[in-house]
Write a protein that binds this ligand. Structure first.
Ligand code: FES
Length: 249
């Protein structure tokens, strides 16, 4: 992880208040792993914003980020146009494990937790794994990347208000699934909690989205209780991906 300057290559609105930025940077594009994030500096704001990496194109030397505008800081990032330069730290944290020998994996994404699963799914698909995805959104207007995930494998969409796909939560679809070997989930804590509770006997990994301070393990703004001897871990440095057995939600 290091401090880098990225150049905005393109900016696109992909859903309600949801922006996709493609950023040019050689170092990040060659070193980022699925599940890692960049910590974005915004002019006029004290705290950087952690934003997960949704895709990487090594040949083009770009990384893609996708985020929801949830305040003045993210609104400002969404206003950046091609050619603008941004100061970021990255790639940060520990991403999804890439060495799994499982044949069939389940991706479970909720809202803005969906993006990092895309790059992970793509990587896993390249190694010949079968991918099933469940993507949950509040409403049809929040939906993005459906076709991208469909290219990886069977994809189920669920919306809380039933305006697209099935009505309910990601867990509502678990009884529709055939067998699979392990799961990888990213989304809000209540969703991760419900997933962990519903799938107690499955090998699983959770990527935890949390507001951060330093983003590099130097403060304690992002600690989460764990089952190991230390009793806690830092999401920004030890995570954001943890084994489902390891963390107490
Ligand atoms: Fe500072 Fe994680 S944000 S330790």
């Amino acid at each position: 992880m290091q401090k880098e300057t990225v150049t905005v290559k393109s900016s696109k609105t992909v859903a309600l208040n949801t922006t996709e930025l493609i950023l040019q940077n050689e170092y990040l594009s060659q070193s980022a792993n699925p599940g890692q994030f960049i910590h974005v500096y915004i002019d006029g704001f004290m705290l950087r914003r952690p934003i997960s990496i949704a895709d990487v194109n090594k040949k083009e030397q770009t990384i893609t980020i996708l985020f929801k505008q949830s305040g003045k800081g993210t609104e400002k990032i969404a206003s950046y146009q091609p050619g603008n330069m941004i100061d970021v730290l990255g790639p940060c944290g520990n991403g999804f494990p890439l060495e799994s020998t499982d044949d069939k994996i389940l991706l479970i994404g909720g809202g803005i937790g969906v993006p990092p699963l895309y790059y992970f799914g793509k990587k896993m698909s390249e190694t010949g794994k079968e991918i099933i995805s469940i993507l949950g959104f509040q409403s049809k207007k929040d939906l993005f990347y459906e076709q991208e995930f469909q290219q990886l494998g069977t994809t189920y969409i669920v919306t809380n208000d039933g305006t697209y796909g099935d009505k309910g939560f990601v867990t509502s679809l678990f009884n529709k699934l055939e067998n699979y070997d392990s799961y990888y989930a990213c989304g809000p804590i209540p969703m991760l909690k419900a997933v962990k509770k519903e799938l107690p006997n499955k090998v699983g990994y959770l990527s935890i989205e949390e507001r951060m301070g330093c983003g590099i393990g130097a403060c304690f703004a992002c600690v989460i209780p764990t089952t190991d001897q230390t009793g806690y871990k830092k999401i920004c440095k030890d995570g954001p991906v943890f084994s489902a057995q390891e963390v107490l939600l």
